[in-house]
Write a new protein. Structure first.
Lengths: 506, 207
């Protein structure tokens, strides 16, 4: 009796690696003797393995362990050694053991900052030295008071303390004594103010400012009508709202403490907070560092999204208005995204390779809470066809999405189960995406248990994660809200994966 | 009866431990945990390449990032040396830590890396630029690219098997999975690798 190819195909790698049990090995061996196709398959697997094994250049350690650990030890003076020694060995080895502390702690120690937020009315004229103009894309203008005319300052000029400085028609940079750098976004207005008790103050009257304060600097504060930020050695961005009633503080380096209206928020690197005149700082959130810093690189948020999209290979010759992008959305799985910006409002065209027909799907979306005529004017679908299809044993489905628009977007994550009805709404998740990067986490256990149901009375059939096929990501606009303009939506998805638990430190 | 059963290789009666180069990973790690911390150097140089390759191929890190990640991994293991469990193969343990650390790093770095680290990556590779090397690097890039098309599990399993030579059992232990799952990942990973490689680069690098 001969075995069929399909019976032994999955054993070929194990055979190649000598990892099969004896009966399996014999069975595969016998089949290979009689089947040229499987022999070719085995050869190909062997070649793939060999290729994967081919060396990556440049992987020798450039420094010895003693150097690496010694350096860390220097960074973390006073930390107790991480290896616990005992008894005789300890006494014997104490003199020669390297002392260090973990990297994370070393990095965290690099900068410590305090932010005090208090409300600034007018600022007293200072006696401290002003700043020096480093560069200006447009013109850096300054004046002593509102009654006077603006005067243009060239690169290298010194601006007197107490003057109001404005970055006109472009960005500019001003450096202050002690190595503080102020980068002004176009239209920003600051007053280089007084220096009291080693604390340097800058008033931000309008616009956006990024400050880099060297470590060890005595004290530095940015005041805005919505509060102020005081630091000692960090890098952060302050954006004052148009109405000058709120400010966004984003920390790039170090950590700052923001307090206003009796509230305090600590903002470590990579996080941001909004503070308002009345309520003080709110909860900190993960910063869209990309957004906050993008103006300094003269990038618009949209350009960033485009740059990410450029990683995809566009497939030419698609029907008019339809573009299919095959991409490296993530390194973990490839994703196909369907992008259709030409669909007239209220009518959904069927996109080329959607597993579910978009038209029938959306016709039936009364149940998904948007009637056909308020439907999508712009449609972006993405699905992860090659993500593992068996989700059992996984607890989280996590991915990051970039929303390049300046508004919140409401999306629906449609989860499909093999053999079930297409896109059964009870498994679907609603997500709001803030501008910038969003980290979306779906608790698969809750999905499986049907706990996130939106529809009342729909509790019922539990989702079978072993049969999950993929998910589709679709924008939703609630009735009465303005849908984004044609082509405005660009989704950049990244780092899609299933995981067992939340990564530490979140 | 004064025979000392602890010392596996008896030399000539004296309990002189073998030189580090001849010791197994587990022996070395046990001795490090007992206080002979200088032996860690041997483990470090022995496995630095493997962990760096792992970080590059499985997590798509640049050489610079991979080096940093590798150092972090070794820090971590050194710091927890006291808890090292001799029953586990050192490599299983090593790559388990490596996997967790790399995941952490990748998660943490993601949003920033997207915008600002782009230039760093391209500038990072230095060294000889002879024609042959360039060709080799291109192939390396193709391999990295195709590896990126496998799932994380497939990449991990395939890399540990084919590049680092771990057994299925060791891989299973390092990934907290069953041997059967590892078998599947490796098989599908290689098959997919082959298919995608042929599809994308078959005309340049026939296989």
């Amino acid at each position: 009796m001969s075995t069929r190819c399909s019976d032994i195909e999955h054993l070929l790698s194990g055979y190649l690696d000598g990892e099969l049990s004896e009966p399996d090995r014999v069975r595969v061996r016998a089949h290979l003797d009689s089947c040229a196709d499987c022999r070719a398959g085995l050869d190909a697997l062997g070649r793939a393995a060999k290729m994967i094994a081919s060396p990556v250049p440049d992987v020798q350690p450039r420094r010895s362990w003693a150097e690496v650990s010694g350096e860390a030890a220097e960074a973390g003076r006073g930390q107790r050694p991480a290896v616990k020694l005992n008894g005789k060995a300890e006494r014997r080895r104490r003199a020669q053991r390297p002392v260090f502390w973990p990297f994370a702690a070393a990095a965290a120690a690099a900068a410590l900052a305090v932010v005090a937020v208090y409300f600034a009315g007018g600022a007293g004229a200072g006696t401290a030295a002003g700043g020096t103009v480093k560069w200006a894309e447009g013109a850096l203008v300054a004046r002593a008071s509102a009654e006077e005319r603006w005067q243009v300052y060239e690169t290298g000029d010194a601006v007197p303390a107490g003057w109001l400085v404005r970055s006109r028609d472009g960005r500019s940079e001003v450096s202050l004594a002690g190595g503080v750098r102020l980068e002004l976004n176009s239209g920003a207005e600051v007053r280089l103010d007084d220096e009291t008790e080693r604390a340097r103050t800058v008033d931000l009257a309008r616009g956006e400012l990024c400050c880099a304060v060297p470590a060890g600097y005595g004290g530095f504060a940015v005041r805005t009508p919505a509060g102020s930020v005081k630091v000692t050695g960090t890098e952060f961005d302050v954006r004052l709202g148009e109405a000058r009633r709120h400010a966004e503080v984003t920390t790039f380096r170090g950590a700052v403490k923001v307090s206003a209206a009796g509230r305090t928020a600590k903002v470590p690197a990579g996080r941001a907070v909004t503070t308002t005149t009345q309520a003080g700082p709110g909860e900190t959130r993960r910063a869209s560092v990309l957004d906050a810093a993008s103006w300094r690189r003269a990038e618009r948020v949209e350009d960033l999204a485009r740059e990410r999209l450029a990683r995809f290979h566009s497939i030419p010759a698609m029907p008019e208005g339809e573009r299919k992008v095959l991409c490296d959305f993530s390194r973990d799985s490839d994703v196909e995204a369907f992008y259709d910006s030409s669909t007239p409002r209220g009518r959904i065209r069927r996109t080329a390779e959607l597993i579910v027909q978009a038209d029938t799907h959306c016709q039936g979306t009364g149940a998904m809470s948007f009637p056909a005529d308020t439907c999508l004017s712009s449609l972006a679908y993405a699905n992860t066809r090659s993500l593992e299809t068996d989700w059992s044993g996984w607890r989280w489905h996590r991915f990051e999405v970039y929303n390049p628009t300046l508004r919140k977007l409401n999306y629906q994550l449609l989860i499909k189960e093999a053999g079930g009805r297409d896109y059964e709404k009870r498994y679907n998740q609603y997500i709001w995406l803030d501008p910038g990067w969003n980290s979306v986490e779906v608790n698969l256990e809750q999905v499986a248990a049907g706990k996130l149901l939106r529809e009342k009375g729909e509790l019922g059939v539990p989702f079978d994660p072993a049969k999950a096929v993929h998910w589709v990501f679709a924008p939703l606009y609630e009735e009465g809200t303005e849908p984004p303009g044609l082509g405005e939506i660009k989704l950049v998805m990244d780092f899609i994966r299933l995981e067992e638990r939340l990564p530490a430190g979140r | 009866m004064k025979a000392s059963p602890e010392i596996p290789v008896s030399t000539n009666g004296a309990a002189e431990p073998a030189p580090p180069e001849q010791c197994g990973d587990e022996d070395l790690m046990t001795r490090v945990a007992a206080g002979e911390v200088e032996l860690y150097e041997e483990l470090y140089s022995r496995h630095f390449g493997g962990v760096s390759r792992f970080a590059m191929r499985v997590f798509g890190m640049s050489p610079t990032d991979a080096e940093e990640a590798t150092q972090t991994v070794f820090m971590k293991i050194y710091g927890a040396a006291g808890r090292y469990n001799v029953r586990a193969k050192f490599t299983s343990y090593l790559y388990k830590v490596a996997r967790n650390e790399c995941l952490k790093i990748v998660v943490k770095k993601r949003p920033v890396a997207a915008g600002s680290a782009g230039s760093e990556e391209t500038g990072a590779s230095e060294g000889d630029d002879s024609g042959r090397d360039l060709e080799g690097r291109e192939l390396g890039e193709c391999i990295a690219k195709v590896m990126g098309m496998l799932s994380l599990e497939q990449r991990t399993a395939v890399q540990l098997r084919d590049s680092e030579g771990l057994s299925y059992d060791e891989i299973a232990r390092s990934m907290d999975a069953t041997v059967a799952a590892v078998n599947t990942w490796i098989h599908r990973g290689r098959r997919r690798f082959m298919e995608r490689f042929r599809e994308l680069y078959g005309d340049v690098y026939p296989m």
